[in-house]
Design a protein. Sequence first.
Lengths: 602, 195
Amino acid sequence: MAKQLLLGNEAIAWGAIAAGVKVATAYPGTPSTEIFSTLATQAKYYGFHAEWCVNEKVALEVAYGSAISGARTLVTMKQVGLNVAADPLLSGTYLGVKGGLVLVVADDPGPHSSQTEQDTRQFASFAKVPVLDPSDPQEAMEMVMEAFNISEKYHLPVILRPTTRVCHVGQDVNLPEIIIRDSEARFEKGGDWVIFPSVSLRKHGELLENLKTMGQEFSNSRFNYQEGQGEYAIACSGVSYHYVKEALQRLNMIDNTEILKISTPYPFPEELAAQFLKKHEHLLVIEEQDPVLEDAMLRLAGKIGLHLQLSGKHDAMVPGTGELNVDLVTRVIANWSGKELESKSITAKPELPIRRPILCAGCPHRASFYAIRKAAGKKSDAVFTGDIGCYTLGMMPPLSAVDTCLCMGAAITQAQGIGRAEPGRQAIAVLGDSTFFHSGITGVINAVYNQYPLTLVILDNSTTAMTGFQPHPGTGQTATGEIVAAIDLQKVLEGCGVTFIKRVDPVNLKEAVAAVKEALAYDGPAVIIMKRACINLPEAKGSAPVVIDMEKCKDCGLCVTEIGCPALVMETGQKPQVLESCAGCGLCIEVCPFEAILGGDN
Amino acid sequence: MDIIMCGVGGQGTVLTSRVLGEASIKQGYEVRTSEIIGMAQREGPVVSQVRIGTRLDGPLIPEACADYLLGFELAEAVRNIDKLDARGQALVNTHMVVPPTVYLGISKYPSEQLIDYLKEQTSGLVFINANELAAQAGSNKAVSAVMLGAFTALCPDIAETILLEELLARLPERVQELNTCAFKLGKEFVEGETR
């Protein structure tokens, strides 16, 4: 097949299709999302099932059910998603699988779009799950196919761990040939599918044996190898492998350095690594995130009695946080090998504008946050507990309406903790519709059960916007486009025992403010659903831009400074201007004290 | 050949890097592209890196090594100019996207200083008002087409016809004609500037 420009995420999806995946599940999360999006577009044609799940735990449990029935199954998520899915993973690894089960867990060193820089290779060794670490899209595609084979050979789940610079890197990839295979899955009763202390003990023993054999086998894996020769020795993994090779070329060291590339950090290929360690006394380990290879090599050196000078993260030769890149790796190798680098003089740059990500023009969240602040009152010291999604951006001035953000669903539960610790302090929880389905419901039940007078605002924009507009249970559409009954937030809340529920359009500012005030005064858990479609959805057509009546405008600038809409600008000493990006939501009309703004949705 | 593209989310840098990548594969080259997607999309700064060649390693362009910089927005071009090789070529859209932080008084957008700084930093510099040329072609959304057309006038290594074909393959039919026009306007503008 001809070469094609594929993102790492697309390449992983095609690898899974070529490997004959029968069931694919996921919850969206950057940088993993496009793996499943690609699978969803191909599911009907290639005859497999694909579903966006409510959260990662659910996604893994659905996948595990399919895998123990004998189907090849893929589940994708971002690194913090694995925290949510930890429970089924650790138990499932003891019991094992029948059909191949591959988890693609995307890490985000940097982090570019995540809460943590956690290293899934560490998680894998903690969970005793083999993990493969690709360096580029082509390799990621080949590895996902190999991961299914490993999973079926050892009856274990396998993790493929790409990082942002594999997921969102494009490469000319050779697509594999795709043969549609008919395979029937059947759950056989009487297997070891009930986890039970005595079963666990036995299975744990089998698992350790399996990992030992696998570690030996990995020394011969085509993805692990030694390359080049010379007095210098560098071990690396993932995308760092490419940074190392390029840096060595730039430093003219490529012909004098031996590289050890480890693509299976766990279980560690000790035999191969021992060969490498025995040849070199001075070594450098270059890897992103945690010192996983470094620790494994130190352990191995101790085990076989080698005295090494191993540089890496422990002696701060390689930075312990953030993403690596070719410049950084060049400096590290130069520093380690004692080479001088030319330093370039840099002229100081003029002051550059601060450009932060912001809520789009016409974003309903802007209206919601403004309404919440208005309702709380100017002098209020209410705590606004926020959550994960576009609306985390509500923390930015001038809205400044997010004081906390921890993890999916925590807005609701953190508000309860703050209120318990400081009785009388108002705490208003804010989270989105997709996040509510992911892990907000249990927090609401907790508030009702424990009689906490929660005030919760659900920002219902009918999509999972941050990750690229995926449907969820409240949208009435599945991953593969089937129209299904939408789950009604109001009914869910009623079922949880919430007695005050109001639904308002946030752009209708007066109504929205009144509703939040009422909720704050209500004795008991109260929920406001601020419902308005994300401005990027086709159903949110938007209106013509608003118009400013320059005669009525008194240059007070409130329309600009109160809401921070990117479509409203005002130069010093001039009248405000409406840009063509205005979606006509009309929030600014409600803000203007002189009725100088016209048009909009209302 | 290393090309860095920078701008503001929504300006079309991602589309442009994909078009350039596909066109290069059609000409038999290896390609690596790299982008950051996610939080950075919402009117934040965006950078796409495209590497084209016969034996490539990593996806990221080293400092001061890019052969071309396509700046879709003035301040973003300044933010990323360190990536450009001293002998490299910069094509910079003079269109400004002023962020709300400026109107809120938190930061400044000193456009004249930014232009002067770019002139000091690189001799291979072409300023282009890509938004105006796109509007001339019929839509201010055709900035990518203008920038790609302009790029063909600076870089002879990627065939103009293949590049245009790849661009049009990604666009709905109703805007193909105006994008073809925008592509030509971009190319002609640079030819006029560099003649």
